[in-house]
Design a protein around this ligand. Structure first.
Ligand code: ADP
Ligand code: MG
Length: 473
């Protein structure tokens, strides 16, 4: 057991200043000196009998407990007026006001730091739109989702690190943020940080410039769950990789959970240091594949539900059939359809949606959408084209294809021929066959004629473009 020393006194006064009301502390606590001490008792010098009386009557318990907490053997605390207290050197006197100021400063500093950490932890990068619960699980994402779920339940326990990889738009960010959100909800005491490799790089560079690299390290050391998205951005960034490597090791050894994502498996991250690569592989690596039809359909339905937008089932099926490789694109298409509806009042019928998709060059429009829901990836058929031209100009197909020489039918017929020639690559002969067996020079003449008309007449160009848009050609 140690004897109560002057440095014990400093620490004890520090504690008192935090434990006693500010007003009382400033009134009754002025200076302390150390008159006498043993392993079990201590006599404190004070400035006057006024102080001695008050301290020993009003604040005895607080003072004693502060002293015992720094020097557990003390049983008796006594006070004596120290006549020489004002002339003693600094090294023999504890100035209570100073102690109080320091205490306040420290509390403020701690508060600021804490606020900074909390802000950082709840970083703006995370959206609560992404939840594990609203991620539609399909065969190509089942494993990834299950791993995230397991990690969210017991962070640091099983899959550590968890590394997800896959092409863009397949749900990596959704799963990472969803896991971060789930951990936050389930384990309120854990400090969960989501950041992207890109952001990490920026922070790192800024901290180097601002000479605050220690602060950055300190922050990362306090993390319980680190979620780092898109690690491929670290390719070739040697120094940043080094820093991440160190942080990784510290967290990993402390049993903290690490979750990562990349656009390819760790092995293929060629410009990543070998040791970092191998760290990424320590736990479990899971790939995200393209969703199959059923999953896409469920995703379309879920996104509509979330947006409170109603789509007929033939339309949702149509989207699921035609937007195949990227979930982000499914969302994008839906946004277009919803915007068309909200801003222009376009109803989301199968025809309108098909048209919209063809305009977005998702697929070129093929046969009449009602007869086949899936676009053919090649060009549309001549029947579609004829039908579209006839519909656009309001003349019957029969008339359009006939040999009549009425002036009002000339332009529509020329447009149909022109498009068959230039957009569907039909030969003049074949077009002639379609148009009542005309010979090919007549067809050629018609096409050239339209070209020259289009050079002069913007209205005709417009009509042609409307039809092209409609057909997606
Ligand atoms: P990545 O990070 O792999 O590029 P994201 O996670 O950003 O992809 O996904 C793109 C968009 O698609 C996001 O808005 C996400 O919510 C959505 N998304 C992707 N996969 C699914 C899924 N299986 N269920 C629901 N939404 C998904
Ligand atoms: Mg992403």
């Amino acid at each position: 057991m140690s004897q109560f020393s002057f440095s014990h006194l400093g620490s004890a006064v520090h504690i008192m200043s935090g434990a006693i009301r500010k007003q009382d502390f400033l009134t009754y606590f002025k200076k302390f000196s150390l008159i006498e001490s043993t392993e079990t008792s201590v006599t404190l010098g004070v400035v006057s009998s006024f102080h001695k009386d008050n301290l020993s009557k009003k604040f005895y318990d607080e003072i004693k407990s502060a002293i015992v907490s720094v020097c557990p053997g003390i049983e008796v605390v006594d006070f004596a007026v120290d006549e020489r207290i004002d002339v003693r050197p600094e090294t023999e006197v504890v100035d209570c006001r100073l102690a109080h100021k320091n205490q306040e400063k420290q509390t403020k500093k701690e508060q600021v730091e804490w606020v900074q950490i909390v802000e950082w932890v709840n970083s703006r990068l995370v959206s609560d739109r992404y939840q594990l619960g609203n991620f539609i699980v399909g065969p190509s994402t089942q494993l990834a989702h299950a791993a995230c779920d397991a990690v969210a339940r017991k962070p640091g326990a099983s899959y550590n690190p968890l590394y997800l990889y896959g092409n863009v738009g397949l749900g990596k960010t959704h799963l990472l943020q969803g896991t971060a959100n789930a951990i936050r909800a389930k384990h309120k005491n854990l400090r969960v940080v989501y950041t992207t490799a890109d952001k990490f790089l920026t922070d790192y560079v800024a901290s180097i410039k601002g000479r605050s690299i220690d602060k950055l390290r300190e922050r990362y050391r306090q993390i319980d769950v680190l979620v780092l998205d898109d690690v491929q951005f670290l390719a070739g960034k040697k120094q940043t990789q080094e820093e991440l490597y160190n942080i990784f090791n510290i967290l990993y050894e402390a049993g903290k959970q690490i979750i990562l994502s990349g656009d390819r498996p760790p092995k293929e991250l060629t410009e990543l240091e070998d040791r970092l690569q191998s760290r990424f592989e320590w736990g479990i690596t899971v790939d995200l594949g393209e969703p199959d039809y059923e999953t896409r359909l469920a995703i379309v339905q879920e996104k509509c539900r979330a947006r409170e937008f109603l789509l007929a089932s033939d339309v949702t099926e149509f989207i699921a059939e035609n937007v195949t490789t990227n979930v982000r694109e499914i969302e994008w298409v839906l946004n277009q359809i919803i915007a068309e509806h909200d801003l222009k009042g376009t109803p989301p019928t199968l025809e309108n949606v098909a048209l919209r998709l063809s305009k977005l060059s998702i697929r070129s429009l093929a046969t009449s959408v009602t007869s086949s829901r899936t676009f053919r990836s090649t060009h549309c058929s001549y029947e579609d084209l004829i039908q579209a031209v006839s519909g656009h100009f309001g003349i019957e197909i029969r008339t359009l294809l006939s040999e009549d020489r009425k002036k009002e039918n000339m332009i529509p017929r020329q447009v149909a021929m022109y498009l068959l020639k230039n957009k569907l690559n039909y030969t003049y002969e074949r077009i002639g066959n379609i148009f009542s067996g005309r010979n090919h020079t007549a067809v050629m003449y018609s096409c050239k004629k339209l070209e020259s008309v289009m050079k002069k007449d913007q209205q005709v160009v417009y009509e042609v473009n409307v039809i092209r848009d409609k057909l997606g050609i």
